[in-house]
Ligand binder design. Sequence first.
Ligand code: NAD
Length: 316
Amino acid sequence: MQWLVTGGAGFIGSHLVDRIVDAGDSVKVLDDLSSGRLEFLAHHEGNERVAFVKVDLRDLEATAPHFEGVDRVVHLAANPDIRLGTRVTDTDLQHGTVATYNVLESMRRHGVAEIAFASSSVVYGEDAPLPTPEDHGPCIPISLYGASKAAGEGLIGAYVGTFGFRAWVFRFANIIGARGTHGVIFDFIHKLRATPDNLEVLGDGRQEKSYMLVEDCVDAMMHIIGQHNVPFTLMNLGTEDTCSVRRIAEIVIDVVGVNAGISYTGGDRGWAGDIPRARLAIDRLVASGFQPSAASEAAVRQTAELLLREILAEHD
Ligand code: NAD
């Protein structure tokens, strides 16, 4: 099986490439290295089953030829920074919506019919019931990033309905673990290294979300992609519990080993467009026979330890 992973040099993508290689398949990575890193794939150097192409998915003509001979696409490339949309309003449109259209169109041109897509819990918006099941609607995202994910899902549905594609759309909770380059744990470690006596937390710290280990995320994707063969599969990927930002701050302070106070900027959310409380219903995932290996708080602690080690090694 020849896979193509967009964003495969990124955090989640590089872990997925590891799994595909473990499964004995071949994989081509398309990435513009805007937030991904070649080091995340360095351990595959010399492996002829892993190919890397630096390309910007916003350019359809440069992207399409790389889909020749591909059996299945996993589309992970996107701007990972939800907050960026408060300052720059076309990033998610270009790297999200337009890039997703270009991936689908490249597939159509080359007769590739299977796509898995990294969507997000943020498509549900902020008025959804908790835990949120996949059939909740209407989905009204409140960030430009969320809008681009909803648009991506819509475009994929259109290619399934119009061109006979098969799709697996995954709505991720917060995915965390080794090689993380963004997100609350990463930010807290960097803040504490700059000011070890105080940790500034955006919002009131009561924001509460689910966290899933990246290994669980990619294992669940591989499990579902292999198992469900209906034209359009929609699946939440997360854990059953949540962890508050206040608790994450305490855990990171403990792991970094400093004696820091915590100050809060106030307000119920980190930034405009942030969703303060998120928990996905994962009944479909569990019914498929997959159980995440770690709950949110354990995943947060494990990630803080791993990221601290990585950050210290980088600055040695
Ligand atoms: P990441 O930034 O590590 O990975 C994204 C990759 O896409 C990077 O390698 C980047 O270089 C690449 N990329 C971006 N724009 C591109 C373009 N125009 N052309 C080619 N490559 C491009 O982020 P991640 O956390 O690994 O996220 C992977 C996917 O999962 C993204 O679609 C993200 O929106 C989604 N997601 C992540 C989370 C999470 O908690 N990490 C939660 C929900 C959804």
